[in-house]
Design a protein around this ligand. Sequence first.
Ligand code: ATP
Ligand code: MG
Length: 424
Amino acid sequence: MSKQIQAIRGMNDCLPQDTPAWQYVEQILRQTVASYGYSEIRFPIVEMTELFKRSIGEVTDIVEKEMYSFADRNGDSLTLRPEGTACCVRAGNEHGLLYNQEQRLWYTGPMFRHERPQKGRYRQFHQFGLEAFGIASADIDAEVIILSSRLWQQLGLTPYVKLELNSLGSSDARAAYRDALVAYLEQHKALLDEDSLRRMYTNPLRVLDSKNPALAEILAAAPKLADYLDDESAAHFARLQQLLTQAGVEFSLNPRLVRGLDYYNKTVFEWVTTELGAQGTVCAGGRYDGLVEQLGGKATPAVGFALGLERLVLLLQTLNLLPALPAAADIYLMALGEAAELAALSVAERLRTDLPLRRIMVHCGGGNLKKQMKRADKSGAGIGLILGEEELARGEITVKWLRADKPQQTILLTELANALAEQA
Ligand code: ATP
Ligand code: MG
């Protein structure tokens, strides 16, 4: 036997028993964003490497060590997209969607990051994200957050996720804060880990984002960004909190929340859960007013978020919040004998035309009634149809109730669709 080829580590198949859970989640996401007037945008999975370097930032986990980059045959450096926002802005700029306009957009699809695979962290994973362009005021930040909160409500997750909020302020405010933070970190240099020492000068805010528990104490006592906020950002942040309170969305302020991407300013937020271990962030986002211009467009305010679909599905599974697996079929058509087997597919076709919402599975591969009934049972169908040689000659078919205690009936084929239409 030849050796089987395996999938790439950290890149998962989604098997038939799992796709209904994904479809359920995707359907709720689509319905919810539609109810806020967001439109779908689709962009390629591969982009120029430069796009991510310029947007996410050179000194970030993603760009430093997580990107799947490769040389195209003509020598261009291309990258499998690690996230959607940069792609969305690139597409928006390229097609003139952003300048002087408001756009509420959503996207979904696979993202790629070369991370250590573990529960809730994969190398190919899926995000659902949305971006609102052209609105600078805090009401749109609030809407984006309220929308995410409605998603949890629709999925039954409200008790299990908590909203954390922070403001990164303007770039000037961050620069002033950065100096104070570096001065503080220098005093505690001996206690920092390798990653933090490296980041201290290149991207000191990211030190705050460290997940190393040994640093928790030093970082908790570090200067707070909130004390350095510029007036405009402080007012924006206060307004956002007021709007969320008014909407009944609970939150807590997390002064250490800085996010792992460089393009954010003002609002940043994360929805976190304690039910998934270390990979507890289900959804994350914020405002990125500088990014559109940074990528060559005209200055355009923007805010958005991305949620990790694997973590969401995992959370729903863990909490037993997924609906029961649906049966594959409603009706299972069996045929006995040469003439009946010949007619079965066309009987099913007519039925599909007459009953377009019913899922009709035709038994293929022959066999005796016992074998066919076994398959019918496995299909989950509630109704079995048996087409026999003699019945067919009389233009009839037998209807058998597979999950209800009702006597079987033999009816005219011409009346089959009507008879079934009356059954739920
Ligand atoms: P983390 O801190 O967990 O690494 P992140 O800050 O890198 O997350 P973002 O870039 O903000 O994540 O992506 C948004 C969401 O996408 C995350 O909150 C998470 O739910 C999901 N996500 C990110 N990376 C992965 C991954 N490697 N595998 C599965 N889901 C992921
Ligand atoms: Mg990450």
